[in-house]
Design a protein around this ligand. Sequence first.
Ligand code: GAL
Length: 382
Amino acid sequence: MRKLWLVPVLLLCASLTACSSGNGTSTTGTSNSATEADTQGAETEKDAATDGAAQGGIPVAGACWYNFADTFISNARQTLLNVAKADGRIEVIDADSQNDVGTQTSNMNNMFTKGVDYLVLNNINTGAISEICDQIKEEGCYGIFANTDTPSDEDFAKNDKLYSVASRAPESGTIMGEAVVKYWKEHPEADRNGNGKLDYVMLLGIQGHYDTEVRSEYSVKAIQDAGIEVNQIGGELICEYNRAKAQEAVAALLANYSEDIDCVLACNDDMALGAIEALKAGGFFKDAGTYLPVCGVDATAVGCDAVREGTLLTTALNNPVTLAKAIYKVMALTKEGTEVTTESLGIAGTEVEGHRVWISYKAINADNVDEANYDITNTSLE
Ligand code: GAL
């Protein structure tokens, strides 16, 4: 049984002054500083929403995103709010975990306390997936793991109301690796120190996160599969999908390895852009002779600008609009009791396997960068 929550009068007053009315949260835009007010705003609006649901209003989904300030996540988040507002069948509220497991847990518990019908979780507590699944089952709401490690088969077997929506991370790793292979084969000078090995720097996202693990593994695998010997420079550089952290990490490496690095593989575009900044400051990207291949994932607007500028060699389109629409559609289908299948979901680029929805990536480079367009204001559910 889910618990009922009594709204403290003061909090309600705060929500009335802080929040706008209407469907969806009042959290504004994609703020860079995910403030308490953002989270609070989302939660307080839920007070009204919960009351509505309890009185036969529309179902409410509580989305806990790992970090509102993350470029990819902010696009997915905004699209989900836009789609919910336009469609009107399910209200979406959200909260920012601020890249902190403790904050995620507390946001999740707040959503449960308020009796949400759906919990959408962009989980960063990757060591506790089964425990979270058990908690969702106990609360009785639907659980949708979004853009993160999918729960195990055992977890799915225990709960019919569990789903996951994520991109096929192996594809994104392979896209990066294959781009580097192509570059290496076409440019004999790419072996900068002439050691016969491809000396690469790997920039990792959040430790243990599905995309981090799989993208790093499959990018290197694609290079090795092409018969190229590799050498990792700098070891495990955990930069948490963050541009500034990646910039700092690469700048530090340049002090010792400026003449050795042959390429940078980044588990997302933000980190690739941080690496490019550091490389520019270190004398790279001045001309053809100082070019260094850097690869990323997401095909964000800024990532695509770097592709056009000729710095980012390749990126893999990770479509936040598709992610958000697939999440919403799973909720809408389950609400009306329709089985979620590839056909019933009906969103281009998605495939349903059991209760797992997979989204495909697309390789983006200078030749097709204009195909990476997506529109977060497009709310059609096709
Ligand atoms: C990835 C994305 C990263 C980051 C991460 C957070 O799919 O490529 O940029 O947003 O998700 O879950």
